[in-house]
Design a binder for this molecule. Structure first.
Ligand SMILES: [Fe+2]
Length: 175
């Protein structure tokens, strides 16, 4: 059941007074970019998974579809955080511990959410989608943006000239 009105889960709609059901939950904007291509592309994948979840709910694709997307979100989040943490550690980011603690809290939140939906059978409501939207965007805007200048100054791009860690981790996790 959709408890919240559709507009509650949409991105900014200032130029679109009547929100369309297919407007994405999160629109990628330049403010979300940390200026590190591979990290941005991982963040875009997370944005895409949340948008897919939104579509599955709005179009009532059924609980199974939504659960599968949620499962992918949990898996991809863990891999993405592992990549960020590895980079921060390798490049001596001074706020590493605090950032890692924040990741742990975010993972815990998404585990709890998965439990509610998949074990307790709770519906994914507009409110919950809005929670996920903030869960991701606030972390990128407030915390990931802080590590970007440090990682860039330590040559993060050269790290990524090597074969993609994410692709290897992701391929391994899906077997
Ligand atoms: Fe992060």
């Amino acid at each position: 059941m959709m408890n919240a009105p559709a507009h509650a889960v949409h991105a900014k709609t200032a130029d679109a007074p009547v929100p369309h059901a297919h407007a994405p939950l999160i629109a990628w904007t330049p403010e979300l970019s940390v200026g590190i291509e591979e990290i941005d592309s991982q963040h875009k994948t997370l944005v895409d998974l949340l948008n897919q979840l939104h579509v599955a709910i709005v179009e009532r694709h059924g609980a199974r579809d939504a659960a599968e997307i949620l499962e992918r979100l949990v898996d991809y989040t863990r891999i993405h955080f592992a990549v960020e943490e590895a980079l921060m550690r390798m490049l001596d980011y001074p706020d590493y511990e605090a950032h890692k603690a924040e990741h742990e809290e975010l993972v815990e939140q998404v585990y709890q959410l998965r439990h509610k939906v998949m074990v307790e059978g709770k519906p994914i409501t507009g409110e919950l989608l809005f929670f996920l939207k903030r869960w991701l965007t606030e972390h990128i805007l407030a915390s990931d943006q802080k590590y970007a200048p440090h990682l860039l100054s330590r040559g993060v791009r050269a790290q990524y000239a090597k074969p993609s860690w994410l692709q290897r981790l992701w391929a391994r996790s899906s077997h």
